[in-house]
Every structure is written in C-alpha cells, then in structure tokens.
Design a binder for this molecule. Structure first.
Ligand code: GLN
Length: 205
C-alpha cells in the first residue's frame, strides 16, 4: 500500500486553492498553513505565487519565517512557484529593502526578471523527469534563476524569445521551484512530481 502524504499550502497570500486542488488530484491530502503548529503537522509544503514582499512580511508577523527555515533545514520537502521560488532562494536580486527569504535552495533569483513589458506570457518548457511533452508554462511577473550552486539540478529553461536559456525550474534534493504557475493549467505533472517526492521522503524518514 502506498502512503498518502499531507502537503501543506502556505496560505498567507496567493493562489492557495488552485494548488490544493492540483495536489489532491495528484493523490495528496492538503492543509492550509498559517500557523507554526500547522506547519509542524505537514509532510511537505507548497509556497504559492503571489507577491514575495507581502509573503515575507506576513510570514514574519505570523511568526512563520523561523519555523519554516528550521523545517526546511531539517529536510521537509518544499516546492515554491513564482513568489514561492523567491521564498526558497538563498539569495535574491531586485528584492525590496531588507527583503528576507526562507531559503534552502543554493541559487540567486532575480525578482520580476522578465520585465514589465512582458508582465505575463505563456511558453512551452521541457521539464526533466516530467514526461516528453513540453509543459505549457504560465509566467506572471515571474522571476528567473540567475545562478545556481553545484547541488542544484536545473529542470527547465526558457526555450525561445529574448530570454532563451534562462533557468525557470530547479530542484535541490527535497526542494524544488518553478518561475511559472503550474496550478493554473489542467496539467498537474509538477504537482504529481512533488507529491511523489514527498511520499518518498516520508518513507525515508
Ligand atoms: N513578482 C512577484 C514577486 O516578486 C511574483 C509574481 C508571482 O508570484 N506571480 O513576488
């Protein structure tokens, strides 16, 4: 019998419901996370898109930032999309003054990298380990990854346009992040991949 992991969705801000729906379709149980006790009870966490400066301030005032850092350091799987990618970055560029992240992934992420003139766009991205069909990726005021450390595996890059080659999906052990919003399309391969990662992690621990 395979176990059913409980995956939290950080519910301070952003498209929480869409992530929860995609995770449930991927076979996980979900729980909105707003308090440290809720964070303690999940096997993994999704940090949704939204606005990373707001999420950082709310995480601070809900006293979630430190508990989040601790759980990530202790090996909790986490997946961040867009603003969530920024939250999982060890370093950011273009952040607000004093902007902090939870960190965990050895990468530098540039906030609002794709520029104002292309606030949002859609593009196909081939994702390593998620099938042969390119992913239809939706980018909304998206960051990209400027630099990664050696432990980081690049899962996907922009494939066309002026920003071709830019890194838009990464994984480092139990942590993963995408610049785009897989919860907004009916294609839940990213959520399946993460749910499987969480399920395996619960079996290992
Ligand atoms: N630009 C936003 C930020 O800096 C991210 C946008 C998004 O999550 N869709 O947090």
């Amino acid at each position: 019998m395979t176990s059913v992991p409980t995956i939290g969705v950080l519910a301070l801000q952003g498209d929480v419901r869409e992530h929860a729906r995609a995770l449930e379709e991927a076979g996980a149980r979900t729980l909105p996370v707003r308090r440290p006790e809720e964070l303690e009870s999940v096997d993994g966490l999704v940090i949704p898109g939204g606005e990373s400066t707001t999420m950082w301030r709310l995480a601070r005032s809900f006293e979630l930032l430190e508990p989040l850092r601790k759980r990530i350091e202790a090996g909790m799987p986490a997946y961040g999309s867009c603003a969530g990618m920024i939250m999982l970055a060890d370093r950011i560029e273009g952040g607000a003054a004093g902007q902090e992240t939870a960190g965990g992934i050895d990468m530098t992420v540039r906030r609002n990298a794709f520029g104002r003139q292309v606030d949002s766009f859609e593009a196909p991205v081939q994702l390593t380990g998620m099938g042969d069909t390119p992913y239809h990726a939706v980018f909304i005021r998206a960051p990209w990854v400027e630099r990664v450390g050696e432990a980081v595996e690049v899962l996907g890059r922009a494939e066309s346009g002026p920003n071709v080659g830019r890194i838009v999906a990464v994984r480092q052990g139990r942590l993963m992040a995408t610049s785009f919003h897989p919860e907004l399309t009916g294609d839940h391969r990213v959520h399946h991949y993460f749910a499987e990662l969480v399920r395996r992690a619960t079996e290992e621990d």
